[in-house]
Design a protein around this ligand. Structure first.
Ligand code: WT7
Length: 651
């Protein structure tokens, strides 16, 4: 429910715990003091061009820019006149010193196979594949779709596209043939890179077959390159389909990076909005690379000898920015894992942390809630003492999940960076800085340098401390999206038409008395109970704080007296739940946040419907709670059977 003018969202959740970093962490951190942060932040606000111009010295340019920033939101151009290449910055520049022999990617396949690619190796493979793309007719500006498992060839293909200025569009390996066809048509993709299949919980997930089916509906695609990953049987169409390994065999390892304009498109990434066709978020070369480079340094505190692991799939923006471009541009060692966290057992992630002595670990709240459900015995079996910094992204993290992460994984030693950002923002926007922030469980803390965030009511007025409202950005930043591919009007309408002079995130949030931001979830998830706007996330956090609860999703449903009632879908750590537990949970929420937030219904569910990126699909639950047949698009749902089970449980 969007905010009407003048409205704000009430916030009932109180959280007063605070965790400052240790003195030794601060002493070594990339940003060491509050003064340093204030200075960077103020400079970026008052003189964005001067600030970002200085930061851009961290990248290697073929030609320096004439102008740091031209125009204002929605249409900004960064580093005009500059010539740059993202693959050069992620690879070639590291070959000039000892880093040439440093591990760029440490990869582990689900079946247990392992590969390490040093910067030299990655550079060679990328150059070769760039030549393969060229040989198959790909030119600068052409769109190339990557529909691949989490194997090194995915990173190689991304960087090869970037090297020749082809625009990659990565489609997560869980999407269907229809979804691939839609995206290929929208992008008018010329070539697709895929694999025979990928591994997922010991089973082969056919990928090439899905591409074959999609091509019947996507005539722009002329060629397909297939990586042999599992040995799964595939049909190869002559003069259309080519084996990766065969093409690579005689490809030259010599390929100069193309000197691209700063605003040359780097990639398109489709995000599914809650309604309508997927949005092709477009990012450009220099600004995006600068944003991911700087935020990796600041937020993950990257050091030369760190082993860094982001558990996301490269099919999402998190993987683009923080497995590939950000870490590699910094010359870091990035771990990449192909498979599921519970294969062959629930200890897999911790086994990987122990094996590679991972120092920085970045994951999602949905994964953390799964770890909690699986039990402490799994992390306890492994040596996690190498970890020094933890991160989360994707959803608001419930304070109790945060505390578990802090105690059980971080062993009360590691700062946690709760990073707020979006596909559209390209990189992290709001986050603790691990060396200086006294973190509060559930808060993503303060905006990074260059980010001027505000919280406003429906008419754009800035709200005071602890008033919930719309999260907006008041100043452009280099790594922001430039358009929605092929639909600039939709871009302007979606992000810039609600609040004058600001870009809209679509999230509700409040700022506390210390200026810390608490994101309350999507504005669409706000409910109106007896005239009070409540964030469903706060009720969820209260439920998750109960010892019996593993996960909860809260939605509104039409209620005669209150306008909207509160319906809670609850997954338990164990057992099925009974009437007395229902009553106990209702009282628990009432005690924790107040009578206004008292649930009207508790429904126990074995699991919750989620998108493939792990976000709970509340819009589907809203239909179930209201007893409506769903007309919603379910193509992004991970496990359709969850819905059927929830409906069957409908009383
Ligand atoms: C939406 C963006 C950005 C990478 C992954 C998701 C939610 C993201 C947080 C956080 C609270 C968060 C927001 C945002 N979100 N991080 N730390 N705290 N909410 O990318 O699919 O574009 O989703 O994810 O609602 O708008 P995305």
């Amino acid at each position: 429910m969007p905010l009407e003018s003048g409205d704000s969202i009430e916030s009932l959740l109180q959280e007063s715990r605070s965790f400052p970093p240790s003195a030794s962490f601060s002493a070594d951190a990339n940003i060491k003091s509050e003064e340093e942060y204030q200075q960077l932040w103020n400079r970026a606000k008052d003189d964005p061009a001067g600030f970002w111009g200085d930061m851009a010295e961290n990248l290697d340019w073929f030609r320096k820019w004439d102008n740091v920033l031209e125009g204002d939101m929605p249409d900004t151009k960064w580093f005009q006149g500059g010539k740059i290449n993202a693959s050069y910055n992620c690879l070639d520049r590291h070959l000039e010193n000892w880093r040439k022999n440093k591990a760029a990617i440490i990869w582990e396949g689900e079946p247990g196979d392992r590969r390490v690619l040093r910067y030299q190796d990655l550079h060679r493979e990328v150059c070769k594949f760039s030549n393969v793309l060229k040989r198959l007719g790909v030119e600068t500006g052409d769109r190339v779709t990557l529909y691949m498992p989490m194997i090194p060839e995915l990173a190689i293909a991304m960087l090869a596209c970037a090297r020749i200025g082809a625009v990659h569009s990565i489609i997560f390996g869980g999407f269907s043939a229809d979804a691939i066809a839609d995206r290929n048509n929208d992008a008018q993709a010329k070539l697709v890179v895929t694999a025979d299949a990928g591994w997922r919980r010991g089973k082969e997930l056919p990928l090439k077959a899905a591409v074959d089916a999609s091509l019947e509906k996507a005539p722009s695609v002329e060629k397909v390159v297939v990586v042999r990953r599992t040995g799964y049987d595939v049909d190869m169409v002559p003069d259309r389909d080519y084996w990766y390994h065969e093409m690579m065999e005689d490809a030259s390892a010599d390929c100069d990076p193309v000197e691209l304009d700063s605003e040359h498109p780097l990639f398109i990434l489709y995000t599914s909005g809650s309604t309508g066709k997927p949005k092709g978020v477009l990012h450009t070369t220099a600004g995006y690379l600068l944003g991911t480079t700087m935020t990796s340094k600041w937020v993950f505190d990257l050091k030369e000898d760190d082993t860094y692991w982001c558990t996301a799939d490269i099919g999402w923006i998190t993987g683009h920015s923080y497995i590939c471009y950000g870490p590699l541009s910094n010359g870091a060692t990035t771990v990449m894992y192909e498979g599921a966290p519970n294969w062959p057992d629930e200890g897999r992630f911790w086994e990987i942390v122990e094996r590679y002595q991972v120092n920085i670990f970045y994951t999602a709240p949905t994964a953390i809630r799964a770890f909690i459900k699986w039990g402490d015995q799994w992390p306890q079996k492994y040596d996690l003492s190498s970890l020094r910094l933890l991160g989360t992204v994707g959803e608001p993290i419930n304070p109790e999940a945060w505390m578990w992460y802090h105690r059980t994984i971080g062993q009360e030693r590691c700062p946690i960076v709760d990073t707020w950002w979006q596909t559209e923002t390209g990189g992290i926007m709001i986050s603790p800085l691990p060396g200086i922030t006294a973190t509060k469980p559930g808060s993503c803390a303060r905006p990074l340098p260059g980010v001027v965030a505000d919280i406003v009511s429906g008419d754009g007025t800035s709200l005071g401390p602890n008033q919930g409202g719309l999260l907006v950005m008041r100043q452009p930043w280099p790594h922001m999206l430039r358009t929605l591919y092929g639909d600039h009007d939709r871009f302007v309408r979606t992000y810039f038409s609600t609040i004058e002079g600001a870009s809209l995130a679509g999230d509700g949030a409040r700022r506390d008395e210390d200026g810390f931001i608490w994101v309350m979830g999507r504005v669409d998830d706000v409910i109106n109970v007896s005239g009070h706007r409540l964030s469903t996330m706060e009720v969820e956090s209260s439920l998750v704080a109960h010892a019996a609860v593993a996960e909860a999703a809260v939605v509104g449903f039409p209620h005669e007296r209150k306008g909207e009632g509160i319906c809670c879908f609850v997954t338990l750590k164990r057992g099925d739940g009974d009437e007395s537990l229902k009553q106990e949970l209702i009282q628990h929420v009432r005690r924790q946040i107040g009578a206004l937030a008292q649930p009207d219904q508790i429904r126990f569910a074995p699991s919750l419907p989620k998108t493939r990126s792990g976000k709970i699909m509340r819009r589907l639950l809203r239909d179930i709670a209201a007893g409506r047949e769903s007309t919603q698009d379910t193509t992004t749902l991970e496990d359709l059977s969850v819905l059927a089970r929830l409906r069957a449980d409908d009383e």
